[in-house]
Design a protein around this ligand. Sequence first.
Ligand SMILES: Cc1cc2nc3c(=O)[nH]c(=O)nc-3n(C[C@H](O)[C@H](O)[C@H](O)COP(=O)(O)OP(=O)(O)OC[C@H]3O[C@@H](n4cnc5c(N)ncnc54)[C@H](O)[C@@H]3O)c2cc1C
Length: 288
Amino acid sequence: MTETSTTTGTPAATAEPSRAIELHIHEVTPRLLTVLKVIDLSPVMRRVIFGGDDMTKAVFPFRPMAVSDHVKLVFPELATGELHLPEAGPDRLIMPEGRPRPLFRDYTVRAFDPDTLEVSIDFVLHDHGVAGRWAIAASPGQQLGVLGPRGSHLYPTGFGHYLLAADETGLPALARWLEELPADLSCDVFISVDSAAGEIDLPHHPGAVVRYLHRSVLGVTALEDAVLSWRPAGDDLFVWAAGEATAMKTIRRHVRDVLGVPKGHTDIDGYWKNGVEGLDHHAADDDD
Ligand SMILES: Cc1cc2nc3c(=O)[nH]c(=O)nc-3n(C[C@H](O)[C@H](O)[C@H](O)COP(=O)(O)OP(=O)(O)OC[C@H]3O[C@@H](n4cnc5c(N)ncnc54)[C@H](O)[C@@H]3O)c2cc1C
């Protein structure tokens, strides 16, 4: 992101709608949280609401338009079922001594309630990995480690039009886009799900045209195909996309090479990669 600016602490109030992604860095607080509620949003997506005493350890960062803010979830050790959290050191996390490296996975903060200090996370239900399987079995009283969010990307609100595209893993962030993008702005939204059963109710945005794409009908490349055949009405465009990394690579190249959108007016992130365990999403962006 060439036009990202970095600050720490509370963002200053700005009169003009922003044109760049602002990055705000936070101290990472490791917390042991308890599942309070589990709500099925669809047969393939489940909301888990977490809370507990550790929410009072430090302020939980939750900013408007930081719609892709995410935490690192720490899962119990596979061999023992024990949960060991890293500690916050002066400049980095200190891993638990004498234990295997904890199992971390990135998940979007779908919602945070500042009154109850509850955090909502929407999980795709799949049985290929530790996080997906944990979500399938999630029930009140279970515990997980939660680190972060480490940084907030505040997306700009000064563009003429927005193109938003996601598969199921990007749906929580996309729902936040629809909730938080100012009502006088417009966006085209493409969401790839396997079938109608994967559709969830999304917040209403008056300027949004939302299209669900069914992979069972349109094929596995439904999301890329839809974005590649879409054309913007004007050239003042901001593009956000999240989902399977290979699909994101195709979309990233198209947005750059065909639509000619400057890199700083985009954030296109590979959230998972077919066949790869625990993808590092920063590495997935390196496709130039
Ligand atoms: C910034 C960020 C935010 C994210 N937010 C969310 C979120 O809010 N909700 C959410 O559900 N996911 C989210 N993800 C994606 C999630 O982190 C990955 O799907 C992660 O790989 C799941 O871990 P796992 O242990 O289940 O599978 P892994 O152990 O990582 O992978 C094991 C196997 O499962 C496959 N796999 C991984 N994810 C999926 C999937 N979704 N569907 C089918 N197969 C899969 C992999 O290809 C691999 O073959 C986010 C990722 C990032 C980077």
